[in-house]
Design a binder for this molecule. Structure first.
Ligand code: PGA
Length: 251
């Protein structure tokens, strides 16, 4: 089996302005030389996808969206963006089921799966996020919660990415231990294999939650971690490029 190409994805969330798109050019300058070995992705706010994609065209940085509608057909849905529109604007990936969408917008596994399916239908690569809360971890429910999320929100089909994002680490400064990350990644991979057989070997499983230049190398060294989904530290090219260059595949 060919090794999976690492993916290091940045989620800008609701931060930034058009003037911050210069960070994408700076990122390309810093990591362009390793783009054949590591996929580097920025998911800016949807308002900037088109401009970001024009800027990144032919460079070493891919552009993605942070969410999409669960509905693919053009229809009367004020404020919604279909996966097809995001692809048309230049997105190549779409994050679905981020814990902020799950909690702030009440999105459950079924909705997340519909969004991932919509992304696939539009030719986007969905990054499906899963992760347990602190209370679920303390209650010994990690396997149950993550297992259900992977079974119910990850669609069948090649070209999917899964991101393990423990909710209790997002936005903070602590990560699980390397052993804890490894345990969940191996659980995710076994559920994927159970569901998809050999096809699961091509699915990249990322870690996300408080990834920073100072801990990236340690996280990338964990067995089964195929890259990262990065929030705050993706906003500045200096931090994000340091994370990308910390991946062993980049050296
Ligand atoms: P963080 O966010 O890197 O700022 O902790 C991670 C995420 O929400 O994907």
């Amino acid at each position: 089996m060919a090794a999976r190409k690492p993916l290091i994805a940045g989620n800008w969330k609701m931060f930034g302005r058009m003037s911050d798109l210069g960070e994408i050019a700076a990122l390309d300058a810093a990591i362009g030389a390793v783009a054949s070995k590591v996929d580097a992705l920025i998911c800016p706010p949807a308002a900037f996808i088109s401009a970001a994609a024009s800027l990144a065209k032919g460079k070493g940085v891919l552009i993605g969206a942070q969410d999409c509608s669960a509905v693919s057909a053009d229809s009367a849905r004020t404020g919604e963006l279909s996966a097809g529109m995001l692809a048309d604007a230049g997105a190549a990936y779409v994050i679905v089921g981020h814990s902020e969408r799950r909690t702030q917008h009440g999105e459950g596994n079924e909705t997340v799966r519909q969004k991932a399916d919509a992304g696939l239908a539009a030719g986007l690569t969905p990054i499906v996020c899963v992760g347990e809360t602190r209370a679920e971890r303390d209650g010994g429910r990690v396997a149950e919660v993550i297992g259900a999320q992977v079974r119910e929100s990850v669609p069948a089909g090649a070209g999917i990415v899964v991101a393990y994002e423990p909710v209790w680490c997002i936005g903070g400064d602590r990560t699980p231990t390397a052993a804890e990350i490894g345990e969940v990644h191996s659980l995710i991979r076994s559920v994927l294999s159970e569901r998809f057989g050999a096809e699961a070997n091509g699915i990249r499983v990322l870690y996300g939650g408080a990834v920073a230049p100072k801990n990236a190398a340690e996280i990338f060294a964990v067995e089964g971690v195929d890259g990262a989904l990065v929030g705050r530290a993706s906003l500045k090219a200096a931090d994000f490029s340091a994370i990308i260059l910390a991946h062993p595949a980049a050296s």
